[in-house]
Ligand binder design. Structure first.
Ligand SMILES: [Zn+2]
Length: 382
């Protein structure tokens, strides 16, 4: 009974902390605790009080000559063995990891044993996100990544975070179905953080905005999102990125709307500008791929100047610099209605349709056109 409780305690500690060292330290402390209980029991006060744990004072002042008796040694050994067994069992109970290859990179998924989804459902979900990202960059942006998946109540997939270009932690609601996971955007968003450098805090909107902008395009390009859905979401969401009274430019913004949707609008405008200037032969894709090729992945710290010079250099334009000079320093309304008209995005009673005769309708179509580099996608299953 006590052993079962101990093992559950160790397994739970490991699950909560996900840290080997912390778990080991806790085990040692717990072993010590058991040892002390044993001592307390052994050196029960002469008064015969039926207490399991004598105070330290009582222990130290009693029967000193028996301090290193065989009995104590035996108790210490037993508690040490329990701690060791707990470590082994907690590893066996928590470690389930699966690996597959996408775009030449190793993607390892660590599955929490308390997830209610079947491992194959989780793997399919991760593979789809990896396919979208590999298809976009023409390779997966980092050589290896660990995706830790654990349960947490919320949206189907929730509370995702990317760390240092090496690791993504993301959670699944216990009720999320395979169908829900097939519609998830969050994991693709986090994976795009792997393929862009960290910038100074002032330009954080460029990191979040890029993941927000590329995620729907990349999912549309592998057929997981319709062109209509992409533009519907842009039309509905982008107004949240416009400056409100009292707002400054995008540089240094701390507001949620300006960071995520304002950043998304920045990259949409840059993409359209590059395509217009190059007769749609170059796009933001070329700029972002060049940044990754130059080492601009999630574990690298870059300056804004480096992003602009590598990005614009790859397209032979000054589009990123121009959009930054325009939206970065001061609040600007970029007139979304004019953008939609130019791209042939028409809103009728809240629903988006397309005007294929619009001057830049071809640019809009090519942004989401399915271009699947199938040979670059995953080469082996888990
Ligand atoms: Zn993000």
């Amino acid at each position: 009974m006590v052993n079962r409780w101990l093992l559950a305690f160790f397994a739970d500690t490991f699950r909560r902390t996900r840290s080997l060292w912390l778990t080991c330290i806790e085990h040692i402390l717990f072993g010590q605790f058991i040892f002390t209980i044993g001592l307390g029991e052994y050196f029960r006060p002469a008064s015969g009080r039926r207490t399991a744990l004598a105070s330290l004072d009582e222990i130290l002042n009693m029967n000193k000559r028996r301090f290193f008796s065989w009995e104590q040694l035996r108790l210490g050994l037993v508690s040490g063995c329990i701690a060791l067994l707990g470590t082994t069992v907690s590893f066996a109970a928590t470690e389930e990891s699966l690996t597959f290859v996408s775009g030449g990179s190793r993607i390892t998924i660590s599955l929490d044993p308390q997830l209610s989804q079947k491992p194959e459902e989780v793997v399919r979900w991760v593979q789809t996100a990896a396919d979208a990202v590999t298809n976009y960059y023409h390779h997966y942006p980092v050589p290896t990544v660990l995706i830790s998946v654990a349960p947490r109540r919320g949206q189907a997939a929730n509370s995702g975070t990317e760390y240092e270009g090496r690791r993504i932690v993301i959670h699944l609601d216990p009720g999320a179905t395979a169908e829900d996971l097939s519609r998830d955007w969050m994991l693709t968003h986090e994976m795009f953080h792997l393929g862009f450098p960290s910038l100074p805090r002032k330009y954080h909107y460029l990191e979040e905005g890029l993941s927000d902008y590329l995620e729907p395009l990349a999912r549309a390009r592998i057929g997981k999102l319709s062109e209509r859905r992409v533009w519907q979401d842009f039309v509905d969401g982008l107004p949240q990125g416009l400056p409100k009274p009292g707002d400054g430019g995008l540089d240094g913004t701390r507001s949620w709307g300006r960071t995520y949707w304002g950043g998304c609008l920045f990259w949409l405008l840059a993409d359209v500008d590059i395509r217009e200037k190059t007769n749609n032969t170059r796009s933001l894709d070329d700029a972002i791929r060049a940044i990754v090729s130059a080492g601009g992945t999630g574990d690298a710290d870059w300056s804004l100047e480096r992003v602009i010079s590598v990005g614009d250099g790859a397209t032979g334009t000054n589009s990123i610099r121009r959009i930054h000079d325009w939206l970065g320093p001061k609040p600007v309304d970029p007139h979304l209605e004019e953008l939609w008209t130019k791209l042939g995005v028409v809103r009728r009673e809240g629903k988006v349709t397309f005007d294929e005769t619009a001057p830049q309708a071809a640019i809009r179509r090519s942004m989401t056109a399915k271009v699947q580099a199938s040979d670059l996608l995953r080469s082996s299953g888990p």
